[in-house]
Design a protein around this ligand. Sequence first.
Ligand SMILES: [Zn+2]
Length: 108
Amino acid sequence: MSGYQFKDILSVKATAYDACELCCGKTDGITKSGRLARVNHTIAVDPDIIPLGTKIFIPQLGHLYTAEDIGGKIKGKTIDVYMADHEQAINFGVKELTIYILEETGSI
Ligand SMILES: [Zn+2]
């Protein structure tokens, strides 16, 4: 069984999106990584800051996320959190979040 340890802690500006035409310009919900976006799991990142595939814990949201997507407006210390629908994404607004970048430690 593999575990994770904290590699880095970042303060980021977070917004939210969903799989609608307005947010994505398409509606298939397929992320940059090729996986289907999932609520409480998928976030979009700037891959120059956070590589795709990185596991990220966000205490303020209470979930472990995976960096699976990118976005034209997601540059620098900014993330976009995937939501179930457009209303939830709008209601999320803009938040300052502390995120924990995790790395696998191998077996414990
Ligand atoms: Zn939307």
